[in-house]
Design a protein around this ligand. Sequence first.
Ligand code: ZN
Length: 516
Amino acid sequence: MNGLRSFLQLVAKNRNIATLKETVRTTPEYSFIYPESIHEYAGSVLFMVRYEEKGKKLIITRSDHPIYLELNGEVFNTEDLQAKECDLSIGNSKIIRKYFSFTNPVSLAHFPTTIGLGDRLGVASSGHIKVVKKYNVRPVLAQQSMRELNLTGRTYEDVLSDVVWAVFQEDYQGGYGADGDHLKTVAEIKLALDAGYSMITLDCSEHITNLPSDIVREEIDRLYTELPAEKREDLENRFLQQNFVLGSDLTFSFPPDSFRKYVVIYQKAIDFAIKVYREVISNAGRKIDFEISIDETATPTDPLAHFFFAKQLLDAGVEFHSMAPRFCGEFQKGIDYIGDIRAFEQEFRQHQQIAEYLGYKLSIHSGSDKFSVFPIIGKNSGGRFHLKTAGTNWLEAVKVIITMDPELYRQMHAYALQYLAEARKYYHVTLDVDKIPDLSSLADEDLKQLMEENDSRQLIHITYGLILQAKNDRGEFLFKDRIYHCLDKNESVYEEFLQKHIGKHLETLGVSLNNL
Ligand code: ZN
């Protein structure tokens, strides 16, 4: 409190923000103040602090402007001036968004290179901001699916509020996105839009028909004729007996057999996407970055199917900005690409040409740690792509726990093993439990090796929800509070890990450094 008092005395004498920032950066006594968080608004000076016991708070000095009254907090007096100490609540984040426009999510559709940085715990964004400031990339800092919200017990408002505070703390004015990820219904989309999200990823997977691999042609024909004759005729007129020239070395035509198969697999999903766009995206009242995802399905999207899908959306007037096909090979969570890298490159190029020709970006989902294909993605897209990461940011948090509180990690690990079968219902992974070493055989300093191996990575990756929600008989969290406590205490360590790891993603993708 003494440090705060002396800093407020300084503020009373000198309101030059640049000088105040410099003083905080260079004065050990003020190390509890976030230098970049110092802002001025209509006579009030605002800044964020972290207390050992109480955690992070916002301080605002008194002024007659409504911002001082509207921010909810506890008033206190120092010798020279009055100030208020405010919680980093959702309500207060909305006041900050009202007066500091850079803290609001925005459309990033016009930026070539964007990266989704899902943060399930709500404490990673400051590290993310520190790394994206160095590169020619724009971040989607808020990015959660309904599945993630259910598993972590958070809401779209919680997620955005955590990001707003990080953006304010780091004074990030480059513009960031907020993605309601993998949404499946209009009701879910409305939740994200009402919370102020700037991007919607529509998951069409439930409307995609998964055909058995041994299906015979007669069966496809039979399913095809279930469609109304009028609809069939319209589609046949638009796709059969013609060549689609998408550049000098890519021409598509639809053999009748494949055409009928695509209709059977994708038509319901296409019609669903068009309906959702008309019902809720086109009249959102602001610009929404609309992404179409068809990746979470049993059927890899071959390039011709991708074209069939996207062309119909555009013909129907759907304005979308990115599309996530399911690429060949496997994009499993939190580990490198599994599959034939040459086949991936060949197919990626065609997907890229389609996207470029039709005017949107490819979106690469489950993009965490796919280091072996990143150079291919970077090079063939010319730096125009969206890449989504999420689980890897949680795994970096786990690395902090391993380093700083190995005993906590040991308990989380044992719990994850115990409840793995449950987690496997939500996430498809190939992990082999027998390959994970017995922890009692590992010294604390060898634990970090676990985060370099696929099986133990996936074990911890997919059980995050169970670990966070686990409670004892008295209804107290087994791990959640200790996890937050550890990350809070070691904020700069987590930031450092994230900068290094996400930096490696961007480097491998060929994203250039920002020379500003
Ligand atoms: Zn996806």
